[in-house]
Write a new protein. Structure first.
Length: 391
């Protein structure tokens, strides 16, 4: 059964573990980057299974959730340094450390899932308070969201407050919320109803932006939805130009910016462009967003009169932006990656009725995730911003 929210996490952050999906999507290419961000610091990755009775049914037989958790563990373990550690835990009103035997951990998960009540607020607080630059917390649960007073909106507001308070002391507190599906055979809570059908479960990853990004993008069996959140960042840039007089530090000297015929560079007039064009490079390794989102120009808001023509990944997490304009003038060129709304999969995953939920839905999940989203969105409408001075 679930309390005010269904959450989980404890201290320390760095990578992820997750669960096997029955979604019909293609598998991502198996390219694994080194997970450790800095070899000078040991990293501790904490994996938690929320062990309320509502989770028991996921671990009956050879369910997908076991495969996904094992896959996450293996991908993380093979890329950690010798000084790094992974811990396996069950979490509810307290933390139960299980050791480091992943197979035994998964085999015994069904018998361990017997807690009658989960207080999400407490678990979320535990998880975030323990986060720092050498720890990552991964929490696995069905995340059914209930409210003791019957108001999910009020409960969601409480979640927003918890996250907002934590971000005041941890300016890089980032989170990935990833949805998977798994066979379920057991009692569905609330209600203790016999259920034998696939149900969603979710993996939440807490840590700094770089670590959460690397875990969330591990080549794990495909998911059914992903939301990545982090506090707003201002990103430094490096201007690229063959004309030295055009650049002064990180600023563009407008009178030295030559109009250059650049056929095919303008999205609005691709066949015949006669614009002022400039390129700059940015390091986005600390941004949680994946490459396919970063290179999509439609996700950006740019100063009026300017246009993003291309965004290309150069090397590792460095990207080159090509910008053009018809009439440059002194001022500030603003480029923002918008954080404007929750993804559609969150709405489609929500269940608000009684009894066993509809296919691929979770009780109250929209309110729970919106509570987290609002904590980030209330502080900024953007994931990151770039500012270029035009003199």
């Amino acid at each position: 059964m679930k309390g005010t929210v269904i959450g989980f996490f404890y201290s320390i952050l760095f990578l992820g573990v997750l669960i096997s999906s029955i979604c019909s999507c293609s598998r991502p290419p198996r390219q694994i980057e080194k997970i450790a961000v800095a070899t000078s610091r040991p990293v501790r990755v904490n994996i938690f299974i929320e062990n309320s009775g509502s989770m028991k049914g996921y671990f009956t037989g050879n369910s997908q959730i076991k495969d996904i958790i094992k896959e996450y563990y293996d991908r993380i373990d093979e890329k950690l340094d010798d000084s790094d550690t992974i811990t396996l835990n069950y979490i509810n009103s307290q933390i139960e450390n299980y050791g480091d035997d992943i197979k035994s951990f998964l085999v015994n998960a069904q018998s361990k899932c017997n807690a009658s009540y989960t207080n999400v607020d407490d678990i979320l607080s535990f998880a975030m308070e323990g986060c720092d630059d050498s720890t990552v917390n991964i929490v696995i649960s069905d995340y059914c969201f209930e409210s003791n007073d019957g108001s999910l909106a009020m409960a969601a507001s409480g979640v927003t407050k918890i996250f907002s308070e934590q971000m005041k002391t941890n300016s890089d507190l980032s989170v990935a919320i990833i949805k998977y599906m798994s066979d379920f055979k057991g009692k569905y809570f609330p209600g203790g109803i016999i259920c034998n059908k696939p149900l969603p479960f979710y993996i939440w990853i807490f840590g700094n932006g770089k670590d959460v990004k690397k875990i969330a993008n591990l080549p794990i069996s495909n998911n059914c939805g992903k939301l990545l959140l982090q506090p707003h960042q201002f990103i430094n840039h490096k201007l690229l130009s063959k004309k030295a007089r055009m650049i002064e530090g990180d600023a563009i000297i407008v009178k030295e910016w030559d109009k250059k015929r650049s056929r095919g560079s303008s999205c609005s007039n691709p066949d015949d462009s006669d614009d002022y064009v400039v390129k700059f490079e940015v390091d986005l390794s600390s941004v949680v967003l994946p490459e396919e989102d970063i290179v999509d120009g439609k996700n950006y808001i740019i100063s009026e009169g300017y246009e993003i023509n291309f965004i290309n990944r150069n090397q590792e997490d460095k990207y080159v932006f090509t910008i053009s304009t018809h009439h440059p003038s002194p001022g500030i060129l603003k480029i923002d990656y918008a954080m404007d709304k929750l993804p559609q999969w969150v709405e489609k995953s929500n269940f608000s009725g009684k009894g066993i939920p509809d296919d691929s839905t979770t009780l109250g999940i929209k309110d729970l995730i919106k509570g987290v989203y609002d904590a980030y969105h209330n502080t900024s409408n953007e994931y990151f911003s770039i500012r270029i001075t035009l003199k």
